[in-house]
Design a protein around this ligand. Structure first.
Ligand code: PLP
Length: 391
């Protein structure tokens, strides 16, 4: 039985760590508790660190290629964890999911082509469209029975103008794990209109019971041909600095277009330690991940109870997946600027601004709860003290 101590405080400041060491520069809040960017204040698992250390026993870090065991680790993980059978030849490399999204836009679409995103959504989606002069088409999420959902009717109308759609499953922010029925509907539309769906599934291992992750690509062979899935061990095992992710591209023509591009950019070699770390994570990670999910789930319980009882005007939207909670702060009736000031300066807790995620994000904040319970409690008390001055 794996016995990781997630309560252990880790000193991350002064390690060139984005979350801590850019607090002053980005938020003018050098000592605020950072609960923004999506990495965790937990140790990267020892089986990942040990695999890297073992590789370092050999003194040469020269050019390398990804091993058979690397591919098998990915294939086995997806099959055992997510009941998704893939073929080795479908796997392509990217030095990160955001680079993958940008390369897919470049490889598979032309300037001016329409690309659909569903805000509020992880902001690099919007940038991947705009930065390459594609046409941004928004299909904003709608609230149905208190849960953010896709607007399928509008999607049906928008898809004829689009060549590609980028989704986040689970969805960042908002934390929805798209249900099989929702994905089936989305898939039907993608097939009807023949558009390429890029599914960013970087958070796919971080799903809380009773919710269940379904890869869109796994729904049928024909849909697999229409879908590109991006995965990585980076969120799950807290190793984003390894810059190693994988794309699952069953469609041969699209895979070749992607590979032609990444090779022309000379980015396909990747990172020797990233490959070793990925293999170790996907080979040994099951039990550690179970413990992590339990801990995160208890953090969510703690935060949900705290907000509900102590700060009822801030609605804590419990994520079905991801460690990112979406806070509906509209009842505080603050402008976005005043809301940012309230959290970052007054409460001294740095959260991501909802407005960053585009349409529908105004009045919301995103809170990363992947930290020791002690830190979470401290942050919540600071927010409560600031809240009491407002009410
Ligand atoms: C939905 C989503 N995609 C991609 C990323 C980042 O991916 P990468 O670091 O591999 O570029 C994040 C990080 O927060 C994310 O939430």
């Amino acid at each position: 039985m794996y016995n990781e101590n997630f309560d252990l405080p880790i000193q991350r400041a002064s390690t060139h760590c984005v979350k801590y060491d850019l607090r002053q520069k980005l938020f003018d809040a050098p000592s605020a508790i950072p609960m923004w960017v999506a990495d965790m204040d937990f140790r990267t698992p020892d089986f990942v660190i040990k695999a890297i250390q073992k590789r370092l026993e050999h003194e040469v870090l020269g050019y390398s290629f990804r091993s058979e065991t690397y591919y098998h680790a990915i294939i086995n993980w997806l099959e055992t964890r997510h009941a998704w059978k893939i073929h080795k030849k479908w796997i392509a490399f990217s030095p990160g999911v955001v680079p993958a999204l940008n390369m897919l836009v470049l490889a598979l679409t032309q300037a001016g082509d329409g690309i659909i995103i569903q805000p509020p959504v992880y902001h690099p989606f919007r940038a991947a469209v705009n930065d390459h002069k594609r046409t941004l088409i928004e299909n904003p999420l709608i609230t149905i029975s208190g849960r953010l959902s896709m607007d399928f009717d509008q999607l049906d109308e928008l898809m004829p103008k689009a060549k590609m759609m980028i989704i986040s499953n689970p969805h960042n922010p908002g934390g929805m794990v798209w249900k099989k029925t929702e994905l089936e509907r989305l898939g039907q539309l993608a097939l009807k209109h023949q558009i390429c769906v890029v599914s960013d599934d970087i958070h796919n291992d971080l799903v809380f019971k009773p919710h269940h992750y379904t890869p869109l690509s796994s729904l049928s062979d024909v849909l697999a041909q229409q879908t590109i899935t991006c995965i990585a061990p980076s969120k799950t095992f807290n190793m984003a600095g390894m810059a190693t992710s994988a794309l699952i591209i069953p469609n041969t023509a699209w895979r070749m277009q992607y590979e032609t591009l990444i090779e022309s950019l000379h980015l396909n070699g990747g990172n020797v330690l990233g490959a070793v770390a990925t293999e170790a994570a996907y080979t040994h990670g099951h039990e550690w991940l179970e413990r992590l999910l339990e801990y995160l789930s208890q953090n969510l319980d703690f935060a949900e109870t705290f907000f509900t009882s102590e700060m009822p005007k801030i609605k804590f939207i419990r994520p079905e997946g991801t460690y990112l909670a979406w806070l509906d702060c509209r009842a505080l009736q603050l402008s976005d600027e005043a809301l940012h000031q309230f959290f970052n300066q007054k409460a001294a807790v740095i959260l991501n601004y909802g407005s960053l995620f585009g349409t529908g994000g105004s009045g919301f904040m995103r809170m990363n709860i992947a930290c020791p319970r002690f830190t979470l409690e401290k942050a919540l008390i600071q927010i409560k003290n600031a809240y009491q001055t407002l009410i």
